[in-house]
Design a protein around this ligand. Structure first.
Ligand code: PMP
Length: 394
């Protein structure tokens, strides 16, 4: 048994990568694994991307950290880039997704409290949502196993069924501040919200003067084939959390908002020592340089369609194992008929790394966005070998 000083909160899967190359991870023995987890939708440029490495190296040599009391040209530049490419007017940088959601929750409450409406503090959130592991974000996440042992939760969250507009309407009350929703649920099992649902939330928010908050921590940054998934739903939020892919592997998140959505976030009301750190800004800018162009996004859409087609063909051979494929772009889910974890062991033995959605029997297929045809072939080969060797009662 390996003894580790790490707090044992992660059940380990037995693979210990020490190096990464493009879409592969390599362990201590030199075994190569095809990485279709990508750090859970983080390494969108794959591993060892020269542009990303160069940007971080150059910035590290110039200035590694400076307090937000002074600000930095790198932070100004990346914020402007995010504003230019999204619905937003203003940006707050964080180090993680949970912190970006925390900022979004605070901004939604502050929107009302800034206007003297202190009773409007409650966010309507959705079944199977995942918003992070801090106290506010577990409270916002309707997954019981995330709460166990950590109660009492933070008040101010009301859960309703995902994609059920009537339930949302019924839940709106005098305390409602807004809606917090993942346009594509990630941990909940790669469930795409219908455009009608998201449009309905926008209409309700406008009608009742509520904040529409998107959590695009997992589905954002080109993953679905547009810079953000909301673009494909024809709706803009007031506030949005983004993270994961935005740093390409460097810890970086951001809360974006319209001027209206950020009206309560005035000088001295919020902060972070590291958020907006120049190194993280350099990483974010390198990622934006690579992904924020129509050519790259069109490639993601084409790759997503190709991969989806191949997955649908593949599951046709195993009707007893799989229920279907869902998702958008290169954020795909393979719903299994039984428990997916034993099958994952067969995939690992065939040197394929995937993750299971926390709240569902779904294998998450989240490759680096730069996958090539040869890696897609390798994926289907490894998946087929895993399926061929798998007996569900194993
Ligand atoms: N929101 C969503 C939709 C996520 O998928 C995650 C992470 N899985 C988070 C928030 C939390 O991000 P982090 O782990 O970087 O805090």
């Amino acid at each position: 048994m390996t003894v580790s000083a790490l707090m044992p909160v992660y059940p380990r899967c037995g693979v210990r990568p020490v190096r990464g190359e493009h879409c592969h991870l390599i362990d201590e023995d030199g075994t190569r694994y095809l990485d279709f987890a990508a750090g859970i939708a983080v390494n969108l440029l794959g591993h060892s991307h020269p542009g990303l490495i160069g940007a971080i190296q150059r910035q590290a040599e110039t200035l590694m950290h400076v307090s937000n009391l002074y600000g930095s040209p790198q932070g100004e530049a990346l914020a402007q880039r995010l504003v230019d490419t999204t619905f937003a007017d203003t940006v707050f940088f964080t180090n993680s997704g949970a912190e970006a959601v925390e900022c979004a929750i605070k901004a939604a409450r502050a929107y009302h409290q800034h206007a003297g409406n202190d009773e409007k503090f409650e966010l309507i959130t959705f079944r199977n949502a995942f918003h992070g592991r801090t106290m506010a974000t577990i409270s916002a996440s309707n997954q019981e196993k995330m709460h166990k042992g950590f109660t009492p939760l933070l008040p101010g969250f009301r859960y309703v069924d995902f994609d059920d507009l009537e339930a949302v309407k019924a839940a709106i009350g005098p305390n409602t501040a807004g809606f917090l929703v993942e346009p594509v649920q990630g941990e909940g099992g790669i469930r795409v919200a219908s455009a009608e649902f998201i449009k309905g939330l926008r209409a309700l928010a406008d009608e009742h003067d509520l904040m529409l908050v998107f959590d695009e921590v997992q589905c954002g940054v080109a993953r679905t084939g547009t810079l953000y998934a909301y673009e494909q739903m024809g709706v803009e939020p007031d506030i949005m959390a983004t993270a994961k892919g935005i740093g390409g592997g460097f810890p970086l998140g951001a809360c974006l908002a319209t001027a209206k959505g950020a009206r309560g976030m005035t000088a001295g009301t919020h902060g972070s020592t590291y958020g907006g750190n120049p190194l993280a800004m350099a990483a974010g800018m390198a990622v934006m340089d690579a992904v924020a162009n129509e050519e790259f996004l069109a490639q993601v859409r084409a790759r997503g369609e190709r991969l989806r087609g191949r997955l649908e063909q593949f599951i046709g051979n195993y009707p007893d194992l799989f229920e279907g494929v869902r998702g958008m772009g290169l954020m795909l889910g393979l719903k299994m008929k039984g428990e997916p974890r034993p099958f994952m062991i067969h995939l690992r033995d065939n040197h394929l790394l995937l993750t299971v959605a926390a709240g569902d029997q779904t294998l998450r297929i989240l490759p680096p966005l730069v996958i090539e045809d040869a890696e897609m072939d390798e994926f289907i080969e490894k998946l087929s070998a895993g399926a061929a060797s798998y007996q569900p009662e194993d």
